[in-house]
Structures are given as C-alpha cells and as structure tokens.
Design a protein around this ligand. Structure first.
Ligand SMILES: Cc1ncc(COP(=O)(O)O)c(C=O)c1O
Length: 379
C-alpha cells in the first residue's frame, strides 16, 4: 500500500477523501443520463469558480497545456501578430505555441522575477498593432503574480484580444472573469481546485467566440478547436471525444467542496498560506525569486545559495514524506518551489515548513542561528 505523501509541489495537490472516493466509483459512461446531469453541474460549478455569467464556460479533457494550445489555435490564424508577456517558463511556452501555430509571435521578456509592467505593454501596443496578447496570471516557475486586471485593461483600450493563463491561480487567488474583461482565461484541474490532473477549465468571452466564428482561415486543429467543444458543454452526449469521466467527476466533487468552503473564504485561506510560506522563507534568510509585491499566494520560489536543492528535496521526500519541487531545467539545483494550494491547511503547511527548515539547517542552507520549529509529527 502506497503511503500518502504531503504534496507541496505546484500541482498536482493532495486529494480530499471525498474526491478520492468519487474516483474509485464504478465506471460512468459519458453517454448516459447520470453523466449528463453530473457534467452540467460541473460546468455550472466552473462558472461559479470563474465568476463567469457572461461568457461561454468549458470543461474538457486535457492538461493545462491543452488549455494554452486550444486558446492559441482557436484565436490565432497564420500570420496574425501576437504578443506574449514572458515572466517565466510558462510565458515562454505560450510564446513557443504561438510560433508553432504560425503567428508572427512577438514578446516582451521581463527579467526573471519581475512582473509584467502595464506601462511597457501600453507603449508596445501604441507602437505596433497586435491581434492577441497572451499573459500568465501566476507563473509557476518564478511565483510571479502579474497585474492581470491592469494588463487586460491596456489590451481592451487598444482593442486587442487577451488570453490569461490562470493555471496556477483559479480557485486560489481572486479572479472574476466577467469583471476582468479578458477573452480567454483557463486553468487545469490539478492545481488550486485540488482535483486529479486531466481537465481543462476555460472561460471564453462572447467576443472571443465571435472572433473564432468570423475568422477567415478555419481553426487548424480538430481536438483543440474551441468552437467544436462549445455545443458539447450543453450536451456531453453529443460525442466529440471520450471525456475522462473519473477526472470530471472528481473535479465536480472538488468544486463542490470549494463551494461549500466559499470562494472568498478559499481565497482568504490561500492568502494565509502565502503569508505563512513567505514569512518562513524570509525567516530562513533565503532570497525570493519573485520581486516584492508580486509574490503568489499559491506557490513560493526561492534561490538556494548552496545549490543543493536536490539534496533538500530528496531528504524531505525520503525521510519525511514531504514533496517540494525544484526549479525547472537549468534552475534545478538553484531553486526550490513550494506549492501551497488546494485543500492544504495553514497548520499543515506550517508544520511541514518547520521540518523543511530543519532539513535545510542540517544541510547548511539555513544559518545555524536561525530558529526553526520542526513539526514533531513525522509523516
Ligand atoms: C502557469 C501554468 N501554465 C500552464 C501549465 C501547464 O499545465 P500542464 O502541466 O497541466 O499541461 C502549468 C503547469 O504547471 C502552469 O503552471
């Protein structure tokens, strides 16, 4: 029997007992009436989570990258001019997806740890004409939170469509799709919603849908064509592709739990989680990757001066059953990332951070004179 680990990675998160039970139920066929009712409720819950009353709400099978790529391929025709605000690894992925799909892809590359700045966007939109702007709400690689409302406002003033990758945000930090005014916002099931990986949850404005309907060149994808998925949201029995029914039932249960907690209470709990992580990491004397004022409540990234991120991660997992993440690619040894979202309580996080602090102290990554309160509960 596999033992439960405490997942403090930036997704997937630990699942609640209720979500786990739902995933173990007998197979639910997607063509039956039971799944139909359940799916409609899932879409309604997704509207609640996104605060989306005006736009089209989607829930379909795929990882967050399918959310990214379906936004690009559905909105962008070959030769369209797009601008990606790059504030970390996932901004860069969005830029690459624009290139892959034939856009004249431009970018503003903000220095690592810096948030995208609305003035730079405004200046760029004055200088050059773009069709779509892409941005990341919270870049999970750097933990930077971007000022999405100001950025989207700049796009709207310039009459440019905007897409927000909120994979690391929705359900964890305030987001109101209708008030934001963006054209597409999406997330994935395994992050702050605390469901299993495998579902894209996406909101599209009426303007985005009109743009897709009016575009001259057809959307160059079968599966990632958001126009094809639209009628399925009203009736999933109209077959397009077999949905991951367990993942969707788990997502419904996780969003029911979220609704029981209340969206605003959920945001407030994540604020406390963020504050607990930041004050602890600061107490350890570590350097945050994200600049002050733009640090996320869902994930905290910091530089490990001794470049022994792998050792810290390994001991935490093997000896304490706590999983944290390292930086991506060339930052693997230099950076640690703590995911703190989903169903996690502030008490559990504090206990685990105490353990992490003492491991880091033993390995010489936290100064000897820093006091860390290790959790006495060995996981
Ligand atoms: C901000 C952001 N965007 C996109 C993705 C891609 O999601 P997935 O790995 O589910 O494809 C991730 C994954 O961590 C992410 O954090």
């Amino acid at each position: 029997m596999m033992e439960d680990k405490l997942l403090l990675i930036p997704g997937p998160t630990n699942l609640s007992p209720r979500v786990r039970q739902v995933m173990a139920k007998p197979q639910l066929p997607h063509v039956g009436s039971e799944f139909y009712g359940m799916f409609k409720e899932t879409v309604a819950l997704a509207r609640y989570v996104f605060r989306n009353e005006k736009g089209v709400q989607y829930v379909f099978t795929g990882s967050g990258t399918i959310g990214m790529e379906s936004s690009v391929v559905s909105l962008v025709s070959h030769g369209d001019k797009t601008l990606t605000l790059m504030t970390g690894y996932f901004g860069h992925r969005m830029f690459m997806l624009n290139q892959v799909h034939g856009a004249q892809a431009g970018s503003i590359d903000f220095t690592e740890g810096k948030a995208a700045d609305p003035d730079s966007l405004r200046n760029e939109l004055r200088k050059n004409k773009y069709d779509v702007v892409f941005m990341t709400h919270i870049d999970t690689s750097s933990s930077v939170v971007n000022p999405v409302k100001e950025l989207v406002d700049e796009c709207n003033k310039a009459g440019v469509l905007s897409v927000v990758d909120s994979v690391c945000s929705v359900g964890g930090v305030p987001l109101d799709f209708d008030a934001l005014g963006a054209d597409i916002v999406f997330t994935a099931s395994q992050k702050a919603l605390a469901a299993a990986p495998g579902a894209v949850i996406l909101a599209a404005s009426q303007r985005a849908i009109e743009h897709m309907e009016k575009r001259k060149a057809p959307i160059e994808s079968y599966y990632m064509n958001l126009l094809r998925w639209k009628p399925i949201m009203d009736d999933p029995r109209m077959y397009l592709a077999t949905p991951a029914t367990q993942v969707i039932t788990a997502l419904r249960e996780a969003m029911l739990e979220l609704k029981e907690e209340g969206l605003e209470n959920r945001w407030a709990r994540h604020r406390k989680l963020g504050e607990a992580a930041r004050s602890t990491v600061e107490g350890w004397g570590q350097k945050f990757v994200a600049e002050e004022g733009h640090r996320a409540d869902t994930v905290t990234s910091f530089w490990v001066a001794k470049q022994n991120a792998g050792d810290i991660q390994g001991i935490l997992e093997k000896e304490h059953g706590i999983m944290v993440a390292r930086g991506l690619y060339e930052e693997r040894d230099k950076m640690l990332r703590i995911g703190h979202f989903g169903i996690l309580s502030v008490e559990t996080l504090r206990g685990a951070l105490g353990t992490m602090g003492s491991v880091m102290k033993d390995l010489g990554s936290v100064p000897r004179d820093v006091e860390v309160t290790a959790s006495d509960k060995k996981r």
